[in-house]
Design a protein around this ligand. Sequence first.
Ligand code: AMP
Length: 176
Amino acid sequence: MNETTIRSFIRDVPDFPEPGIVFKDITPLLGDNGAFNEAIDAMIEPFRDSGVTKVVGVEARGFIFAAPIAVRLGAGFVPVRKPGKLPHDVHHQVYDLEYGTDRVEIHRDAATPDDNVLVVDDVLATGGTGRASTDLIRALGAHVVGFTVLAELAFLGGRERMGGVDVHAVVRYGAS
Ligand code: AMP
């Protein structure tokens, strides 16, 4: 299954969750075993031999991809979550939104300097979430191997905000 076929399983939903946003709906892909399986392989591909020990999933849709990627790479799974969801000691990172700020959290003991970490989300848009997540992992002293997503909205320039992290996207929309 090539990139064009995987792309055909991602549905555009205009004006969701608000006017002017074209939402990339991944549920058709998740509902098709072949497409989901191929997408997981394609997201892993550049990092297969990178010695990944932990796979970080970004709440919430990042979890869906990060868990099978962790199992396939023989690595552990670590959640990055919205504020107040993780029960143990957390490290947090604040990042800018179009209006205001948001915050992500990770358990302080979720990764160590011995870990090689692959960060996973469904969509890379402005890069705020991805940057905050990779900053969290670095704050724990772990090494960020890369950031992999199913889809990149390249016209939003998120890749440039990732601070030199190795970014991989299976499907890219528009030019950056
Ligand atoms: P950003 O921090 O701007 O890179 O946004 C990335 C996060 O927002 C990801 O966790 C995505 O799930 C979600 N997201 C942003 N824009 C879209 C979009 N157009 N379609 C689907 N998800 C999106």
